[in-house]
Design a protein around this ligand. Structure first.
Ligand SMILES: CC(C)(COP(=O)(O)OP(=O)(O)OC[C@H]1O[C@@H](n2cnc3c(N)ncnc32)[C@H](O)[C@@H]1OP(=O)(O)O)[C@@H](O)C(=O)NCCC(=O)NCCS
Length: 191
């Protein structure tokens, strides 16, 4: 397997490929353990809907407003472990929202989530030229909050009762990461 993709320390982010990623993705978005605290889930996602998502995700122009990548391990051969994306990309304000799913629940807690988030953040800054990335997380999604914090995001606020999930309302914890706060990112105005 080539080094094609955007590499972190534990994962590589690669373009969606129906042959390699569709069956896993379709299973994961319908897995109640995976979608326990995600915005999607519970309402069934049909094969047709998932196919439309894949088709849409692959029609990228030069300035995509949504970008979805598959998360694979660095093993040879690689293992597909999840999906990560940037939503609502706005090139005028240069910001977007990150979202992530490690679908292989047996692999939670091994650092794939935080590495994938750090990697897509670097991609957003270095490739897309974005300046700010945000994430909204249900307050009791401890794994997600820890992964986001490990990827360098700071808590910037809380919207009480923002989400409705499985019979209860949940606070949204808001996180942000600014390119200008990142010592590894060269300033746009530096010589
Ligand atoms: C949230 C998610 C992406 C984290 O992925 P991951 O690969 O487990 O993340 P990491 O291994 O980098 O874990 C980061 C930290 O969270 C902890 N953690 C992970 N899952 C956890 C869980 N379910 N409960 C408590 N802590 C958890 C890890 O142990 C680790 O802690 P440490 O830094 O003290 O070692 C993954 O659990 C997932 O996809 N969940 C379902 C979808 C989801 O909730 N997406 C986010 C929506 S905002």
């Amino acid at each position: 397997m080539s080094n094609f993709g955007w590499c972190g320390e534990k994962v590589r982010l690669v373009p969606l490929d129906k042959e390699r990623h569709f069956a896993n993705a379709h299973r994961w978005v319908n897995d109640p353990d995976v979608t326990w605290r995600t915005l999607i889930g519970d309402i069934p996602i049909t094969r047709l809907a998932e196919e439309q998502f894949f088709d849409h995700a692959s029609e990228l122009g030069p300035h995509p407003t949504e970008l979805h990548l598959a998360i694979e391990t660095l093993d040879d051969p690689p293992e597909h472990v999840g999906m990560v994306g940037i939503h609502k990309i706005d090139y005028r304000h240069r910001h977007g929202e990150v979202g992530i799913m490690i679908g292989r629940t047996a692999l939670w807690g091994r650092g794939f989530g935080s590495d994938a988030l750090a990697t897509i953040t670097r991609y957003a800054f270095e490739v897309l030229g974005l300046e700010v990335l945000v994430a909204g997380v249900m307050a009791d999604n401890v794994g997600s909050r820890k992964a986001i914090e490990k990827a360098g995001y700071e808590r910037v606020g809380c919207i009480p009762q923002f989400y409705w999930k499985r019979g209860a309302r949940h606070d949204s914890i808001l996180y942000a990461r600014l390119r200008s706060n990142d010592p590894e990112q060269p300033s746009e105005h530096s010589a």
